[in-house]
Design a binder for this molecule. Sequence first.
Ligand code: C2E
Ligand code: CA
Ligand code: CA
Length: 636
Amino acid sequence: MLNYSFALGVAVSSLLICVVNLIYTFIQRRTDKLQNRLFIAILCILAVNAACGIVSAVFGGNPDLQAGRSIALNLSRYAYFLTHTALCPLFFYYASNVSFVSTRLTNKNIFLLSLPFFITELMAITNPFTNWVWWLDENLEFHRAWGEILIYLAALLYFVLAFIVVLRTWSFISSKRRTSLIFLFIMVAAGVLVQLLNKDLKVEVLAEAIGFTGVMMSVENEDDRIDMGMGFYNRTALSLDIGGCLTNGRKLKLLMIRIHNSDLVNRLVGNGETNTIADILSDYLKSVVPRYYIYAAEKDTFVITLYSKSFADAEAIADRISTRFDNPWDYGEYSIQLNATVVLADIPTQIKSTAELAYMIDSPTPDSEGRRVLKGDDLQFIMRRHAVEDAISRGFAENSYEVYYQPTFHIDGKLHGAEALIRMHDKELGNLYPDEFIPIAEQSGLIDDIDEYVLEEVCRFLKSGIPEKYGIDNINVNLSVLQCMRPGFVETITRIVESYGVNKHLINFEITESIGASDYGTLSRVIQRLRQQSFLFSMDDYGTGYSNVSNIFSLNFDVIKIDKSLLWGAEKSDMGMVILENTIRMIQQMKKKILVEGVETAEQIKLLERLKVDYLQGFYFSKPIPKDAFIEYISK
Ligand code: C2E
Ligand code: CA
Ligand code: CA
């Protein structure tokens, strides 16, 4: 009777494993998603199977237990087959769910997919009358019948389907999960095989229970997908999940909520540790959709996935969320106004790849003219951005870049210098302007090449001696602040300029004021080192940022370029005039030279003469023009 005590031990172990798994699943409260519920159902089936195994072993191994022996053995076998037949289909459903396989199958396909299950389940149900699957002889010994082969074949089919589903989504499963899924497949296959070869070695349920323990530890445990502080899924999880949906043809709508004033809010009420915005929004978002549909993609950007919702439903939700932002949010003792844009996108018609999803999250949301829900054609910006980035990267190979020059003048009208401004002529997109492609180049890391290209072009031009001949004091070259902070920046600049043998005081670097919360220490050292070599520096776009004035002036610029918006504002209102006058007076007291940009009319020149600025730049004199045209312009 060794085989009965063996079977009993195995069945008891299996039951214990299932029960422990169930207990942990409940302790961790992983019970709210469909995926979790399927997992629990699988564990319950395995627990019932293990219990049946215990009953079979106890009664099968004890012929003395006459009372109820036949009933117990018959019932336990019956219960086993009724439930076990559902295991593989359920596992297939689970794997599909984890992999985001489309749930929108045609009725015919659903029918075909479920057919093997229905047939085998029906055979198990009717077995007491047919004995097609199994039967017990007069000694109550268990015998397999041909129907059991069918049940195994159906199980094999679902098993293979589950395997295919997992394989298709391979690249969107973390390696930890992959390993545990492979382990599960191997365990199940081995268990079934052993039991098929020798029906006394009843290890199938045990193997499955152990396999699913692995699944619980990796697939069901989502610690690596969840941002613990916020309780939302993280960006990696978002990209994996949407990747899974895209490969498996799962359709969904996506809501992206972008908070525009998060920096300000963090500065006002943040404690530097938790994500304040997530804290503020957490309860509200969870009241709109269950938590497992919410992702925190960035500290100011949240994404909600909406499965099986029509576009109209999704629109209604987007509008509701957007309207909520009309009212302030309570946070501790504060009442906070958040500015938000909601983007509604359809997957896969509008977002076709995880790269496009990343674009949408990383690119600034376009100006929506007061509307705060962007949808449909508003989303063209994603495609455009994609196209522009491609154009930037092929730009050097295809000679699409060109440097234009815009002259600058002394206040008395004498020629002073020029600003070098990049242009791009792409064969597909036509002429592109830096306002569009420079921010994209900055984000994709291509800005270094562009700025070096401009510097080399300017050096080449200066080397020709033409600018000096016509009285150009220096040429201004724009620098991206990000680039200035990079290690080795000073050396790179020096190497380029020295390789052309150009006088360094002929080059004036412009750095924009909207440096934001940059590291002034590093920037100040970079500027100091380059100024020591006699390069000049201008502060660009003064008056557009909100920088700390004393920080700005600690950077020691030669020229402050006042942004065109200040000049134009002075013409529009008395208030604007006060701002311009006082800004100029302050800079003059700091003993810095002033250049005003955006000069378009003779009246503006009169105003600026009165305010005694030093230099002028603007369309009144000339737009930025190609080098040859510029040479012609200054030669006159
Ligand atoms: P910016 O440095 O403030 O350049 C001045 C911009 O104002 C130029 O636009 C110029 O064409 C425009 N502008 C000049 N005078 C007038 C005027 O009287 N009226 C009007 N309406 N506009 C005027 P552009 O060339 O499109 O450049 C836009 C921005 O792109 C630049 O602003 C600069 O921040 C960036 N940029 C341009 N070239 C480069 C470059 O080589 N490297 C880097 N890093 N950034 C660049
Ligand atoms: Ca500039
Ligand atoms: Ca400027």
